[in-house]
Design a protein around this ligand. Structure first.
Ligand code: ADP
Length: 464
């Protein structure tokens, strides 16, 4: 049963983790799809901005400058590095104008979110008898032609273009002045950076996310609820089995004794002996009492603090407790019992229902005896402050573990292992004690250590 339960929980946890992972994966996929769709939409919107005469003329202007610089370079007037530096300087001067137009066009599109844009030069190659790569050089993969400053890896590509043109320039490097023709290839890449892209996409996914979280939480709740119920059912089942075993066990002995006693009454030699008849009748009486007590105990479980019919009376506590202890001792002749008292409140008077309160005290004292070995040492102490009257019953018995203490006052609870089988009982005594004390608006608690003994503390409110 235990392994079945263990497997059930393990499989449920694995299924739960698998479901959560699948859900996580689906959410991630949805995010990627949404992000791509969002990027595509933005890309489509901004790519049209480039079809603009003003912007084209600025780019053309730059192109002319490039050709002039190449002319100087080919005539050895400037080096490759100087060519690039000059180009970069030119881009810097053209930048404000380009950016202004670009911003204006962007504004017209009314995207509804902030966006940065730039055009990068990725390659400049002069094709001739020998190809001459002006750019890229070494580590520099691209440089910004126009647009905003942001790292390339934070942007995503909008478009790439390759511009191929033929041009003539005057070559003065030799003795003759000749016109040379070159093919020039310029590659560019447009990049965009959408600010707050993640949060925009997440906002678009808010519905799906909320639905997922809701489903996930519901699943978690249902899982927790089912597990809790399962554990509860299991506990109830074992309580039921324990209770049936206990009550059968408890009834067996008095019933067997009753059987023997009644049979013996039929015997001729007993019939002729009045002393033996009296002995058998006394046995029948005692067993009858025992069965009656058991039935009362089971019946009492239907009562709780709210419906115990208390009849309060003014009770002077000290003489009352002394009387209870005397009566209790009288019923424990078969045990070696020492009860010490320590009364700290001479004349206290409380509102008590003597019948029920005595039952509660008897249950506690009986337990103190039941779960101790001879000689049994019990100490009853009383104390009083402004708010509470306290009665503590201390024994030097087997004690109760911290874990068991948590369930001690529950109906049918018996400390599992050890003493459960060494002592008979139904696990109803302490439950009933707690209900009686609560019906008196008081509280009961326990302090105990296994092997050292237990202290039950009853606190009753003082009337003001
Ligand atoms: P029962 O004694 O019929 O089993 P109770 O409700 O009176 O039922 O007690 C519940 C359990 O608490 C007992 O089974 C016993 O294990 C433990 N217990 C109660 N009183 C004491 C005590 N004074 N010392 C040690 N264990 C106790």
């Amino acid at each position: 049963m235990k392994t079945k339960f263990f497997w059930l929980i393990s499989v449920s946890i694995v299924v739960f983790i698998a479901l959560s992972s699948i859900q996580g994966y689906l959410i991630y996929n949805t995010y990627t799809l949404k992000r791509n769709a969002f990027m595509k939409q933005t890309r489509d919107q901004i790519s049209e901005i480039d079809y603009n005469q003003e912007l084209d003329s600025i780019v053309d202007f730059w192109g002319e400058e490039l050709k002039n610089e190449i002319g100087d370079y080919k005539n050895n007037r400037i080096s490759k590095n100087e060519l690039l530096n000059n180009l970069k300087l030119k881009t810097d001067t053209l930048y404000p104008q380009y950016y202004q137009i670009y911003k204006r066009e962007l504004h017209k599109r009314d995207l509804g979110y902030a966006l940065n844009y730039k055009k990068n030069i990725t390659s400049i190659v002069i094709f001739g008898n020998e190809n001459d790569t002006i750019f890229p050089l070494k580590n520099e993969k691209s440089f910004k032609l126009f647009g905003a400053d942001f790292p390339n890896d934070e942007g995503s590509s909008v478009s790439m273009s390759r511009n191929f043109s033929q041009f003539d320039f005057i070559d003065q490097t030799g003795e003759d002045i000749i016109t040379q023709q070159y093919n020039l290839e310029v590659k560019t890449q447009d990049l965009m950076q959408i600010m707050d892209q993640k949060s925009i996409v997440f906002k678009q996914m808010a519905g799906i996310m909320a639905g997922s979280v809701f489903i996930f939480m519901s699943m978690l709740g249902l899982f927790y609820y089912s597990l809790k119920n399962l554990i509860k059912q299991k506990k109830i089942n074992s309580i039921k089995t324990d209770f049936i075993n206990n009550i059968t066990h408890e009834l067996k002995t008095p019933l067997a004794t009753l059987g023997i006693a009644t049979k013996s009454l039929k015997l001729q030699k007993i019939k002729e002996n009045p002393q033996a008849i009296a002995h058998s009748l006394a046995t029948i009486d005692r067993q009858n009492d025992r069965i009656q007590k058991l039935i009362d105990q089971v019946m009492s479980t239907s009562l709780n603090a709210g419906n115990i019919p208390l009849q309060h009376k003014q009770v002077r506590v000290r003489p009352y407790l002394k009387e209870v202890l005397e009566d209790f001792k009288a019923g424990q002749q078969h045990r070696k019992l020492f009860i010490e008292t320590d009364f700290h409140s001479e004349n206290a008077v409380l509102q008590l229902d003597k019948f029920y309160f005595t039952t509660a005290l008897f249950n506690l004292l009986e337990n103190a005896v039941k779960y101790s070995e001879d000689p049994v040492k019990i100490k009853l102490r009383t104390a009083m402050d402004q708010n509470y009257y306290t009665i503590t019953i201390r024994d030097r018995g087997i004690g109760i573990s911290k874990t068991a203490q948590k369930s001690l006052f529950e109906k049918f609870y018996r400390v599992p292992q050890g003493n459960t089988y060494s002592q008979n009982g139904l696990g109803l005594g302490l439950y009933y004690v707690q209900q009686i004390i609560q019906a008196h608006h008081g509280e009961i608690s326990i302090e105990s250590e296994p092997g050292k003994g237990s202290i039950f503390i009853i606190k009753l409110p003082m009337e003001k």
